[in-house]
Design a protein around this ligand. Sequence first.
Ligand code: MG
Length: 510
Amino acid sequence: MIRITVCFLLLTCMASCGILKPRSKAPVVFANNIVVAHRGAFKKNKLPENSIASLKQAIALNCTGSEFDVRMTSDDSLIINHDPAFKKLPIEQTTYAELIKHSLSNGEKLPTLREYLLAGMENNTATRLICEIKPSEISKERGKQIAAKTVALVHALRARERVVYISFDYDILKKIVALDPGVPTQYLNGDRSPEQLKADGITGADYHYSVFKKRPEWIASAKQLNIALNAWTVNDAETMEWLMANDFEFITTNEPELLMELMQKTLTRNGWKLVWSDEFNDQGEPDSTKWGYHPGAHGGGNNELQYYTANDTLNAVVANGVLKIIARKEIRENKAYTSSKLQTRNKAAFTYGRIEVRAKLPAGRGTWPAIWMLGTNIDSSTWPACGEIDIMEHVGYEKDSIYGTIHSDAYNHIKGTQKGKAIYTADPYSRFHVYAIEWSPEKIDFMMDGVVYNHIRNEHLSVKEWPFDAPFYLILNLAIGGGWGGKKGVDDTIFPATMEVDWVRVFQTK
Ligand code: MG
């Protein structure tokens, strides 16, 4: 017991001293999707349910929530497990020390709530921690003690802003509301109306989807009362689509990847139509019907240090569902590095639309990856009059910033008048983000993961300010060095450096 207390104090001290870094300095902005991974994203990668690995996978997928189940051992340790027994040992009648003699199927230790919350706050600025408190099989009272201990730990770890409490036991939720009024709570059992939830201070209805099918009037009243709508556990496309059509805020699923895919298609129903895409599901060289190269030692006009190759899978290759653009330290035609610049020039061009690219960026000083567009009239009208739209630019020496910018005759970086803004991200290297623009005759919005961070309005002056009513082609490249990327030199230990692109999707209005 003493040993446990000492560990507890040590951990608390380490947390408060910042040694465990439980909070990332980036602000928490929940992912702009409806996907709650049920017991973490376990299924596709055959991870154990409720493991830290499945939680990390849900965070990597950018799910808006990841669910897990809290139970308490006979000696009052809060641990994460769905069933009342772990390895045939009844949790409430077994000590923590006895339980952790057994591990999860991936070798992971049976997680404590503390370990789970800390893991859920590390490198996570987008995924809610959906904390289900299981009722006690011993007594109603013990269930409420579990709730109180959980709330206290969430506060001690400063995890409150990330947590949503859910339970099948109404009294457990009422206890939480009494302890922490205003904290998000969702009831699971499907036998209370939104009016009752509202009256008891419970903020959401997370019911089996069949409940909502039987009582569609609850969907309407929940919306009127500002009661969040969630449904469990939805694993088929048809039900997901029905819930999406009814504007559910959350869907809890064992198939988060499927729901993410359906959400993309739903864009279609919201007035957007997928007109061009590359999901990078083939192997080898990028699809030559979609992509061409811009080879040579031209330096991109910014005195960059790379030689761009063509048809070389060492620099551009599709494998395992992603395109990799790889910069290497390798001398070619007096350039110190090789890399690749892919473009849809003479293959595909777009005027207006929503253009989305899911990508993970290369790390290291000297890198300058970009996802961008140029006017197809570049040869006749020349740069910058042709217009440039930088959907995503990043320089390795400034690792927390993503830039979205336009250039035109009137607004460009030569004059220092370009219109750019940055969005902060803690993890452009460890996680995929969706970099996008929404472009119409009136505006171009620059987005990361659905958050608009730069809004450029068409001032309706002249083509000098706004050359964006014309076709533009797409470019994906990884430059090394150059006027911006090389401002602080190049770290030669970072190679090969790789930008990964999961997909490119272009939507236009029907
Ligand atoms: Mg659960």
